[in-house]
Ligand binder design. Structure first.
Ligand code: PLP
Length: 366
């Protein structure tokens, strides 16, 4: 049996009947864009965050872009983020004409290092308008410290929550700390649609209103654009699917946590660096990411047993042609060279986890 790091089909099959019923409801209803399903999902996703507003958009990249614009980021501004993330994080910043400034990660957690952030906020050139912490692999960044630094420097915070649906810091959900949070519902995420989807979550009604306008041509009212906007709408079919899957998010995150606990216990003696969980955080294990300098050898060893692991991400953004930056980021480079993501999604069984552990424990590091 082939084991995959991501298996959106398993996520569909687990709730196939309910998903098909939801799709039928939309087909029969005749509203296909920004209708009752999107409105209901926005209410339910905001309620999941304990209040505020959620605004459905077309994907996670545009959720980031529109959230940044809504909190006031404009052309020429600097936005501080990390380089061990998917291209989307920096692409969203560039779409505005703003410039990403990459900072180093904490080698233990692989998340934004507060000391590096503090240095980047003090350094020039340009005004740092916003910070985008990425809650990578479902592990929330150090939000209390990041928020404190941001407030002292007058910078806004937009959380990249594409991998952290349901994670908490100090008992409070990631996505409720910053000025706004951007979510992706790409099919492989912890809350995944059956196509593209995204949302901005915020407690600031003015920010929510700006995102609502920006997602539809900058309309103030129908057919009247007040500002340059774009088309970034969430469709009814995806919203209906997301409503079905949202009801299972906490239970599925609990399965991921159980799998992670099983990996941590069984791999304690393996020749690997296991993921570290920062004090006070409850990750949601979008990925279970181990580290070894012999990453490619381990990956090949597992693939030979039909265990297919992901590498998120092999090339850090500061080394990609589109975002090239000269800042040295040795810890980021090392992480990207060493990370390997083991299958941890809810379609994986305990027996699967045991199979992966056995295969790793039999591996002889070259
Ligand atoms: C998936 C992802 C995004 C982008 O989301 P899309 O829906 O693919 O546009 C942004 N940031 C991170 C960290 C992601 O994992």
């Amino acid at each position: 049996m082939s084991l995959l790091t991501a298996d959106p089909r398993a996520g569909y099959l687990a709730h196939a009947e309910e998903i098909r019923a939801a799709i039928d409801r939309v087909l029969a209803g005749g509203r296909y864009i920004l209708g009752p399903e999107v409105e209901a999902f926005e209410r339910e996703w905001a309620a999941y965050h304990g209040g505020g507003e959620a605004v459905g958009v077309a994907n996670g990249t545009e959720a980031l872009e529109l959230a940044l614009r809504a909190v006031g980021v404009g052309a020429g501004d600097v936005v501080v983020t990390v380089a061990n993330t998917v291209s989307a994080t920096a692409a969203a910043i560039q779409q505005i004409g703003a410039r990403p400034r990459f900072v180093e990660i904490d080698p233990a957690t692989m998340l934004m290092a507060p000391a590096a952030l503090a240095a980047a906020l003090d350094a020039g050139p340009g005004r740092v308008a916003a910070i985008v912490p990425v809650h990578l692999y479902g592990q929330p960044a150090d939000l209390p410290v990041i928020m404190d630094l941001a407030r002292r420097h007058g910078a806004k915070v937009v959380e990249d929550c594409a991998q952290s649906h349901g994670a908490t810091v100090a008992g409070r959900l990631a996505g409720t700390w910053g000025d706004a949070a951007a979510y992706s519902f790409y099919p492989t995420k912890n809350l995944g649609a059956l196509g593209d989807g995204g949302a901005v979550v915020t407690r600031d009604p003015a920010v929510a209103a700006r995102v609502r306008a920006l997602r539809q041509y900058g309309w103030r009212e129908r057919y009247v654009s007040e500002q340059p906007g774009r088309n970034s709408r969430l469709d009814e079919l995806q919203a209906a699917v997301l409503r079905v899957k949202l009801a299972y998010l906490d239970a599925e995150n609990a399965v991921r946590r159980a799998h992670a606990g099983r990996y941590l216990a069984q791999l304690a003696s393996a020749p690997l660096r296991l993921p570290a969980v920062a004090a006070g955080t409850e990750p949601v294990w979008h990925q279970f990411t181990v580290r070894t300098p012999a990453r490619e050898a381990l990956r090949t060893h597992l693939a030979a047993q039909d265990i297919h692991c992901g590498v998120l991400y092999p090339v850090p953004l500061h080394r990609q042609p589109a975002f090239a930056a000269t800042t040295p980021l040795p810890e980021t480079d090392r992480a990207c060279a060493e990370v390997l993501c083991l299958p941890v999604h809810p379609g994986v069984t305990e027996a699967d986890v045991d199979r992966v552990c056995t295969a790793i424990l039999r591996w002889h590091q070259p």
